[in-house]
Design a protein around this ligand. Sequence first.
Ligand SMILES: NC(=O)C1=CN([C@@H]2O[C@H](COP(=O)(O)OP(=O)(O)OC[C@H]3O[C@@H](n4cnc5c(N)ncnc54)[C@H](O)[C@@H]3O)[C@@H](O)[C@H]2O)[C@@H](O)CC1
Ligand SMILES: Nc1ncnc2c1ncn2[C@@H]1O[C@H](COP(=O)(O)OP(=O)(O)O)[C@@H](O)[C@H]1O
Ligand SMILES: [K+]
Length: 505
Amino acid sequence: MLLGGNETTKKIDNYAINELKIPSIVLMENAAISFTKHIGKNEDNFLIICGKGNNGGDGYAIARQLFSKEKKVKIFCISDENMSNNCSVNYEICKNSGIEIFYKLEKLDKLLLECDVVVEGIFGTGLNSEIKGIYKDIILKINEYSKNKKVYAIDIPSGINGDTGEIMGVSVKADVTISFVTYKKGFLKSDIKEYLGKVIIENIGLNKNNIVHIVSEYYLTSEIIKGFHIKRDENSHKGDFGKVLIFAGSSGFYGAGNIVAKSCVRSGAGLTTVITDKNNFSLNVFVPEAMSFPINFENIEENFEKLEKEILNSDVIAIGPGIGKSQKALKIFEKLISIEKNNKGNVIKLVLDADALNLLSENRELFEKIKSRSVLTPHLIEFSRLSGFSLEEINRDKFEIAKDFAQKYEITLLLKGKNTIITNGKTLFVNSTGNSRMANGGMGDCLTGIICSLAGQKYGLVESACIGAYLHGKIADKLVKQQYIVNASHIIENISECMKEIFEV
Ligand SMILES: NC(=O)C1=CN([C@@H]2O[C@H](COP(=O)(O)OP(=O)(O)OC[C@H]3O[C@@H](n4cnc5c(N)ncnc54)[C@H](O)[C@@H]3O)[C@@H](O)[C@H]2O)[C@@H](O)CC1
Ligand SMILES: Nc1ncnc2c1ncn2[C@@H]1O[C@H](COP(=O)(O)OP(=O)(O)O)[C@@H](O)[C@H]1O
Ligand SMILES: [K+]
């Protein structure tokens, strides 16, 4: 799904009108037809509330569409002065068609009381300041009377800023928001769900290929994830699905390594090997399918010759969870990223998380060794250390800071949290899955395991990160329907089933 703010929407609009030569009134008609498709068969007795911009124009066009389907329709016109051209055209048609139009605020209570469904087209992407006066009164009245009615918002609930999700003084609380072309960036704001209701994104008659060059941001949906799927060749063998080497876990934190390894195995990697202390036997019990590369932490260098062979044999290396920030951890990290290509001549992909990111923040010369082949998966605090921006700065301008960082260091960034971001500096994806019940230790390790596994199965870095984030959150979203908290172990046991559902059902 395309993701865009008010500016992107205007650009698409201009492109459609000026380059594709689609008259703007046709776009509005298409929007109205698409919108009306979602009106239930049993829904009747509508009050359409219209402003004077194109959002209001959509409202009049929708009123006409509903009227043509013999629905009971009344319109409340907020102002018939200074209407936009297309708003005025549709307003005139409504008048000429005999649809009842009301103008006086005193009438609004009765109209709201008598209708069953409200469609509001007061403001859309054109809202540009705090809402006051009569507009505020009308929005408050809609909310007051909406308890037993269904409220549809056209494009954006009037009062929500399409870019930021900020409530501009007051906002309509919709049951359903039917928005056009792009999922509005503002919808991502976590505390406005009660204003948006169910969100549906509709087409206005544009082929995605015609406008895709205008948009570089996407809201990750199952369609996009399905589109990334690489079908398994029936003649394939385990060597085709990646040799993944994992450096995760250390004394006191072996669980981290075990979680990464198990997630990696469950997500379908061909062969999984974990570099771990020679005295750690928990891996074999927790993940019998994984192999271990024992290392003597008393004298790590004595293992480096063998380790070099292991690196040359790998397709992907995941580094970080639970390794600590000791000099020894740093030495192993440096060794693991010192070889760029494996025995097959392929670039060895890297997935860096947790302490690997902290070590990277403190040893910035290592960025040179990881460029063009890495996914970095920081949470906000790790990203703050990596990027030098404060949490406040990142939260204010997350998309741009994330993109600039990915571009500058030539890496794929997966910035974790609510609405995880994935970007390679050019394209940006925002994850649509996940919930607060998964905010507990080990979740990130699980994600790392899934991503390195996918990278081993020949998915690109961006694709691995997108599928990983989507799948990880999707499993949690399913589990919270029947349980209160979701831990990494719960996710792990459901990876394969959810992969089947996403890729094959
Ligand atoms: N390409 C697209 O996405 C299309 C957009 N269409 C519709 O066009 C809408 C955008 O239309 P407009 O750009 O005309 O903008 P709007 O209709 O959202 O609002 C603009 C009007 O509201 C006034 N206004 C803004 N803030 C105000 C405030 N705080 N208090 C009082 N008045 C205020 C402006 O002066 C202007 O008259 C979209 O939201 C969508 O509904 C559709 O017609 C189909 C095509
Ligand atoms: N409120 C939330 N909404 C969506 N996803 C969340 C939320 N809280 C945590 N997550 C997800 O859980 C994971 C936690 O990762 P991380 O912070 O690295 O945990 P840890 O290091 O403890 O394993 C991330 O993938 C993050 O996106
Ligand atoms: K609206």
